[in-house]
Write a protein that binds this ligand. Sequence first.
Ligand code: CP
Ligand code: NVA
Length: 315
Amino acid sequence: MKRDLLSLKNLTLEEVEILILRAQDMKEEVKKEMLHPRLKGKTLGLLFEKTSTRTRVSFEVAMAQLGGHSIFLSTYDIQIQRGETIKDTARVLSSYLDGLVIRTFAQSVVEEWALHASIPIINGLTDLHHPCQILSDLMTIREKRGNLKGLNLAYLGDGNNVAHSLLEGASKVGMNITLACPKGYQPKEEIVKAARTDAAKHGSRVEITSDPRAAVKKADILYTDVWVSMGQELQKSGMTEMFRPYQINESLLKLADPQALVMHCLPAHRGEEITEAVMEGPRSVIFEQAENRLHVQKALLEMFLKSPKKPSAKK
Ligand code: CP
Ligand code: NVA
């Protein structure tokens, strides 16, 4: 049975733990120059409708380190651009590829691909979720702190795709999460509700506020993302001033735990959601987060692509 990663809801807590540990092992293997061709003969497609640096390159390098191949496809270069349906394209690509990472706008698009493809579909970012990013973030936090359960994460800024996946990820692993977002830019209510239910099962809390100073008190991790996500440039033009109090700067950082980690999924707009000093300061683990994308991606590909390929495309 093929499986998809459309959001972190598709993974159990045990699977998240396995992925983090496996990614850590795979990171060690690179240091020791002991790469194993676990995905020899497998080919991964990367179908992107938005720009990317980390997601694209880390998946491509991940496949190379695992002995497989990858093919980058821009949505604008394939026949979908001329009206070929997702249904037909998914059937055809399923007969060539062993898995497909998709970066697009609507979550319904990755859902449609998953419905028609007989290969695993991995969400490489939609307007609603960014699950691969948050797996790397959880790995980074565990690497730095030795555990996840019971830690306090404060997210500041826009209640966007990264915020939604953080809500799902934190509540799954039993981390307390507080989101401080301006009114009108808070995360989707149904995602908050589901995260609260999950958090209750794992003994943690989910809080939503518009007060950034209250959110960071006692925080072990401060996390932010751009105020304007890809595709929102017109809709948010001139609106970013209301985000100013949510900037992670040195005075806000002083309110958090003195050992607090600072995280950002990147790309960053220095001087907007985070200052240069904090980004380059001693609490920042931002570039380790980015590096860990590569190792989490390998663990993910091993989990999702290892099973034998189906004999033919879905009818
Ligand atoms: N964090 C992240 O997904 O970066 P890219 O947009 O560069 O892939
Ligand atoms: N929220 C950002 C994340 C980029 C990795 C965006 O969607 O543009």
